[in-house]
Design a protein around this ligand. Sequence first.
Ligand code: PMP
Length: 777
Amino acid sequence: MSAADILLSAPPTLTDGEAKELARRFYGVDATATPLGSERDQNFRLRSDNGAQLLLKIANVAEDPESLRFENAALAHIAQVAPDFPVPRVIRTVDGSDMTRFEQDNDTYWVRAISWVAGRTLRDVPIDEALRRQLGSSLAELGRALRGFFHPAGNKQLLWDIRHTADLARWLEHIDDPSVRSLCEECIADFRSETLPQLPALRSQVIHNDLNASNVLVSDEPQPTITGVVDFGDMIHGPLVCDVAVGAAYQLLSGDDPLAGAIQFVEAYHRVNPLEPGEVGVLYDLIRARLVTTLIITAWRAGRYPENRDYILRNAHVAGAQLRLLCQSGATTATDRFARTCMPVRSPTRSSGTDEAEKMLKRRQALLGPAYRLFYRRPVHIVRGENVWLYDAQGKAYLDAYNNVPLVGHCHPKVVAALSDQAATLNTHTRYLHDTVLDYAEQLLAMFPADLDRVMFGCTGSEANELALRIARAHTGNAGVIVSQNAYHGNTTAISQLSPSYEAPETRADWVETIPPPDTYRRATGASEDEVAQEFLAEVNAAIDRLASRGIRPAALLLDAGFTSDGMFRAPASALAGAAELVRKAGGIYIADEVQAGFARFGATLWGFELHNVEPEIVTLGKPIGNGHPLAATIVRHDILESFASRGRYFNTFGGNPVSAAVGLAVLDAFHADELARNSRDVGEYLQQSLHQLAGQFDIIGDVRGSGLFAGADLVTDPVAKQHATEKASQVVNDMRERGVLISMIGPKANVLKIRPPLPFKRSHVDRVIETLSAVL
Ligand code: PMP
């Protein structure tokens, strides 16, 4: 029998009554039988009175029974090695067989039953990025589950096996559109000479080989999760990467950049089942080959069944357009994109069990004590991160619109590779010579004004501020520090004094003074920029005076230019520069805490201080600088560092070690290469506009603040009284979490929604945030 026979042989045509009778006879089940569609077999849904359901499958008369045994054996293998992976289970007949047969009109029909998998098919659901990534990781899990499985029937001949693409050239004439035909011809020629010879050297195993939307079932939630992968009829033993290429071909988008969807899919696949460089190198060609296969086989079938032509060719137009765009983008660019996506990564963990959260909560309280806080009423148990997505233990995807630490995206492949390579080579400290820390220092300092020419490394933002404070005191000979009213700068003994948002006021040291943030919404309603600036300066002067009344002069004014924990405010253009001048006149210096504001968070400029035209004597960096690795930096003018260095030494065992420095370098590399500063500006603008638009529809949003990918929505109980809607903010944040979008709230009354995502955030992600927000408001 040729591989084409099965596609030409009509499916069986049993009546419902006959199916019901087979169910009773072979499976001892008394059930109603409802027919379901199938390209080459006949399937019935069996429902018995007690509600139990099964799927009865009558195979095409041309089907080789060995192929059916192959499918059954694969399902049994998956059930054994990956019991949580959602595939149907094989149901045995009353006499214990996993398949049986009956004769009709001199033909033999094979019959099987499998368990019913709940859910609707993915065909009926719009596929967004979250779902596309879930598909990628599910296929990867399936690939892992099947890698130890072997069956002789895996060697079967199948038209849809991409390796046979070149054989389909004989049917090219069936494609009507001459331009598509010649594209297919070109692809086949490339495939024959370039791709095919590489395939025998790649990993081979049993693969599903047909992850299309009809073969995936999903739950009925607003953010659906995959409940089943079905139809193992195209399974073969072949190159693993063919499975990825087939799945990715179904994720090509219809717009200008079809590859973008495939890349998301492949990226998610790679996280779970990392691809080898040779596999990545042929992905683009294999995706094209799959499109060619689809175009040729459907054209050929349309010729054989002219009455069904329109239906068979319904997707040909889109596939032709996608092939054209793929060919235009060129193999080198596409392969480069896949290669960047598939840098070496480690396999993630995936834990199971839904009651685990309760147990973990109890363990956590018992072990970590009561000072810690968790986010969300129903805390999230995250086990994996990737770009702007986080995944919980059940595989549910959350769009991360909150975390600024993963500046260049969660688990950025470049950062992960740099970290693991250096960790596998050497990790010591800054008391030995090492190039990497110098390279890193050089590249980091190059991002600052020339005067800021020395950098010292630490592990946390708190440490960076602690060091800045010591340097400021050594240089000025003064002790006092001015911070904003609800500031947060860190958790050491000294810096917690400078973090009123965490420290109870009665314990405030006498060397600390606070100033209100430039609150244009409540405090200075309707005031002009100039008035707000004047008031801000008056507050700084008053703080200097209060210190002086206790005999203390200021060593520093320490500010986060985004006034994040104060509720996110933007000071008028001249205010911070003016405040810095006042403090300098009183004997102090200006320290810019750029832990929040730095690395283009505000979109318009690289650093927060640049947005305010003020040049600090010291800049502190933390959190995002290491993309999650503990790394921080204090950047300082060399003349200011002199007085500190003349009195003592600085050593930080972990700060600036070779692994941290390699991470820091990789973060800078990704930040520049992925053009994240530009992205923060462009997408940030879109985020701000979208939030302003939403505020026009919902009175509860009293004010929208921030800039770039740093946005705040001040929720109020009514727009005139401007009472803080604290409870509502908490409800919104928790409801969004339930719908798979993570944000948080800030401000002294925790009523300001805080949206501050990793910088690779795209417009489609903003749309998702806004849609979800408007649904829960
Ligand atoms: N400064 C600012 C502005 C911060 O937001 C934080 C942390 N939230 C810190 C300093 C302290 O950083 P770390 O937690 O790394 O000590």
